[in-house]
Design a protein around this ligand. Structure first.
Ligand SMILES: [Zn+2]
Length: 261
């Protein structure tokens, strides 16, 4: 039984289809889903979806791409949302310099850092772990902002695409990584090397749907059922049976998100 640890079920691509999506996921052996908020409104929708579906949990957060929309009361509103027993993490949050590359936009970086730091504080207060979005040349800044919280919570570096060395460095700090369907792509040698090298218990699987559908669905709309293809690929890479991948990644996700077993 697999858990899709990163889905965006509140996105318009899935409107009116959640029941069918949960059903197809269950048929593929994906019995639980964490739906991830990307803005205050998206987080509110994520919590509503989780409250209506026993198989779905919510993470609430402000994606760095939504940092500019954050208002003075955004963090207080997130904090109120965190009272729902269906909320299992803060995120996705983090830094994204990908679109900034070549542009020195200190104001954008400062806005991202500010709302990221506020969410880390919230996670520490609520006793929740954090789902990290990290893209572009910002790993150093991400780790600098996380450093004061060592021992207070753990982070998962979602859609991990870095090297085995970077993965090992993150694990040494007590964090986790998770892998999307990109691991099934032909040109994903670095990610495949990381998915092969990380120890059992240190990684999870996810879709990031509606994006990043694994082979053979590449280019189509992704959905939680496709977690299975990602897990199958990781099983092949690691030379472990799918059942063992499922057992290990599910136990890791249950611990990280404090899910009932
Ligand atoms: Zn995401």
């Amino acid at each position: 039984m697999l858990i899709d640890t990163h889905a965006h079920l509140d996105f318009p691509e899935f409107e009116g289809e959640i029941d069918a999506i949960v059903e197809r996921a269950a048929q593929a052996g994906v019995t639980r889903i964490v739906t991830i908020g990307t803005s205050l409104e998206s987080s509110r929708r994520a919590v509503a979806i989780a409250e209506a579906h026993p198989a779905i949990y919510a993470a609430i957060g402000i994606h760095p791409g939504s940092a500019a929309e954050a208002e003075p009361n955004t963090l207080a509103a997130l904090r109120e949302l965190a009272d729902s027993p269906r909320v299992v993490a803060i995120g996705e949050t983090g830094l994204d310099y990908y679109r900034l590359e070549g542009v020195d936009d200190d104001a954008v970086k400062a806005a991202q850092a500010s709302i990221f730091q506020g969410q880390l504080e919230l996670a520490a207060q609520c006793g929740l772990n954090v789902v990290i979005h990290q893209r572009g040349d910002c790993l150093e800044d991400t780790l600098r902002l996380l450093a004061p919280y060592r021992g207070k919570f753990r982070a998962v570096f979602h859609c991990f695409g870095g090297s085995p060395e970077t993965a090992a460095a993150l694990l040494a700090l007590g964090h986790l990584v998770s892998f999307t369907g990109i691991v099934t792509f032909k040109n994903a040698a670095l990610m495949q090397a990381s998915a092969t090298s990380v120890p059992d218990g240190s990684y999870m699987v996810e879709t990031d749907c509606p994006y990043l559908a694994p082979v053979p669905f590449r280019g189509k709309r992704c959905e939680p059922a496709h977690t299975r293809q990602t897990a199958e690929k990781i099983a092949a890479l690691r030379n472990q049976p799918l059942e063992q991948i499922a057992k290990n990644t599910t136990a890791t996700a249950e611990a990280f998100f404090q899910l009932p077993r």
